[in-house]
Every structure is written in C-alpha cells, then in structure tokens.
Ligand binder design. Structure first.
Ligand code: G3P
Length: 217
C-alpha cells in the first residue's frame, strides 16, 4: 500500500520524505487555507520535494470553471494529480483530463455507486472519506471493502485512495482490505512506527549490550 501525506505543510512533507516511506501528497482547499500560503506556490514547492503524485484541488464547482482551473493546476508540474469533487460536472472534467493524460483524484466519495461512476470516468484515484463516515456512526472501512470488490469485479485501474484517516487503525484496516493508497495526516504517519514493546525491547538490548563492554566499530 502506498502512503501519501495529507497536508500542505512543506516542512512536514520534507521530514517524512527523508524516511523514504512517502509515495505522494494530497492537499485540499481546507488544508491550503490552514497553511496560510499561496495555493499554486505551495503546490509547486511540494511537487519539487516529492516525486510521487501531488493532489491539488479545483475550487470551482461548475464544469466550465473547473475545467479552466484544472488546466492551470496540471501545468504546475508533471506529478500533479488534479483533484475534482464527485459530482456530475467533476466527473465530466475527470474524463476530459484523463483523455489529455493528466492524473485525476476524484474526492468526497461516500458511496460505492459514486466510486463506480468515478472508475467509469477513468479516475486515476478515488478518495473515499473513512473518518467522515465514522463521524456519523457508519463504518467507513465497509465502503473501502465494497469499492475493492467492485473494482476487482470489473478490473478497473482506478486506485483506491483511502482518505479522511484519523487513526493508525484506519491505516491497517485500509491495508487489510486492499486499498492501493492511504493518505494520512503526518501525526498519524509518525505513530505507525510506535509500539511500547519495541521501546522496551530496544532499551533492554542497549542495556545488555552496554554490559558486554564491547564495541562493533
Ligand atoms: O484528503 C481528505 C482529507 O483531508 C479529509 O480529512 O479529517 O477533514 O475528514 P478530514
């Protein structure tokens, strides 16, 4: 499973990129607003930091304007994935961009039928929002499983990009089901490394090695 980080904070992206675990980045208008930065400048900088796909979302909701915005975003860098909402106009733009060879991430997906429509529109990625379904007492991971089944039934190339991830459990659930990608807040990505028994075991190894008085170097 590929790991994308869900942020527009370049420093967070640089730090994670140094671990070698990072396969891409997703942003959205809320994350851009939170960063306080110029949208196109921030996205251009992110595209220089990581080699993998960088999702940059259109702001409009009508076909004509989304189509114009998408063309501007696609020109920022070769690794841009234009993000469009899962609407009638959003999927029309998706078809148009895919015909031009531009990566498209269809976002705000909350049902299997929506994901089916996105795959038929040729989406590169579909972003089902796990956390927001959990927030209303639905099981977000069930949606990932349903999409996995449907995409495998019809051999769709669209990659399932599990989004709205709030915990390390969401990451393992997505991986167990077979999501292709998880886009994860940086705080949660760093937590993936952590386990108290690893810390305890390592401390014991260090202590016991020290007692030997030896050095490897
Ligand atoms: O990429 C979508 C993600 O940023 C949404 O997360 O926590 O706002 O539901 P959240």
């Amino acid at each position: 499973m590929k790991f994308f980080v869900d942020t527009a904070e370049v420093d967070e992206i640089r730090a994670l990129n140094e671990t070698g675990m990072l396969d891409g980045v997703t942003t959205n208008p809320s994350l851009i607003a939170k960063s306080g930065r110029d949208f196109k400048e921030a996205v251009a900088e992110i595209c220089e930091v990581v080699d993998g796909p960088v999702s940059a979302e259109v702001a409009a909701t009508d076909y004509e304007t989304m189509s114009k915005e998408a063309k501007v975003l696609a020109k920022i860098a070769d690794n841009i994935a234009v993000k469009v909402p899962l609407t009638v106009d959003g999927l029309k733009v998706c078809r148009e961009l895919r015909a031009q060879g531009t990566m498209v991430n269809v976002t705000l997906c909350f049902s299997a039928n929506q994901a089916l429509l996105a795959a038929k529109a040729g989406a590169s990625f579909i972003s089902p929002f796990i956390g927001r379904l959990d927030d209303i007492n639905l099981e977000g991971s069930d949606l990932i499983a349903d999409i996995r089944t449907i995409y495998d039934n019809f051999d769709f190339d669209t990659e399932i990009l599990a989004a709205s991830i709030r915990s390390v459990n969401h990451v393992s659930q997505a991986a167990l089901i077979g999501a292709d990608v998880a886009t994860v807040p940086s705080s949660v990505l760093w937590k993936l490394y952590e386990h108290p028994l690893t810390d305890k075991g390592l401390a014991a190894f260090v202590k016991d090695w020290k007692s030997t008085g030896q050095s490897i170097l």
